[in-house]
Design a protein around this ligand. Structure first.
Ligand SMILES: [Zn+2]
Ligand SMILES: [Zn+2]
Length: 172
């Protein structure tokens, strides 16, 4: 009975990681697993994740000091978003890359290459572009609308600015 439960838990956990496109953490897997099996514990999730990694059905990788699980078993690189932490897969020929780096490390025998490109994901690029628009537009509107009356509001903002420099007092 118990064995059957354990293997069905393992199937569930493997399925969760396989369906996820975000290289989930153990906590992420736990949250999804609990939605299916409310009685499942974090310990069970950890134990099965470790077993799946040991059996070669999942890969474990560290991103920014956080352990994540990957069901994509072929050699590949990763794209990491510095803004939201999204992680995408990237086809990368590690051996070719190692060859191109070899002249710099001639006496090293390279066995493994990790390719990680960091930047902004498409969602964050779009958000930043939209943010630039929305931030610019209302300011233009406010100045044209309120150019007469709310000069007080503008004044109120002014004394706040010098307040930024003294925090060195509190730091000492
Ligand atoms: Zn992002
Ligand atoms: Zn991956």
């Amino acid at each position: 009975m118990q064995k059957r439960t354990e293997s069905s838990h393992r199937e569930l956990i493997l399925g969760i990681v396989r369906r996820s496109d975000r290289h989930p953490t153990a906590d992420d897997v736990f949250m999804s697993a609990r939605a299916n099996v409310p009685s499942i514990s974090l310990t069970t999730v950890y134990r099965n994740l470790r077993r799946l990694v040991r059996d070669g059905q999942l890969r474990e990788r560290m991103f920014g000091g956080v352990s994540r699980f990957d069901a994509h078993l072929e050699e590949h690189g990763h794209l990491v978003c510095l803004e939201c932490g999204a992680i995408g897969d990237l086809a990368a020929d590690g051996q070719a890359l190692a060859q191109s780096l070899k002249p710099a490390a001639p006496s090293w025998q390279v066995e493994h290459v990790d390719v990680e490109l960091r930047g902004r994901c498409p969602t964050c690029v779009r958000k930043a572009e939209r943010g630039a628009y929305t931030r610019a537009a209302p300011r233009a509107l406010i100045t044209s609308h309120k150019s007469r009356a709310p000069s007080r509001q503008v004044r109120r903002e002014t004394p706040r600015r010098p307040a930024r420099s003294p925090p060195s007092d509190s730091a000492v």
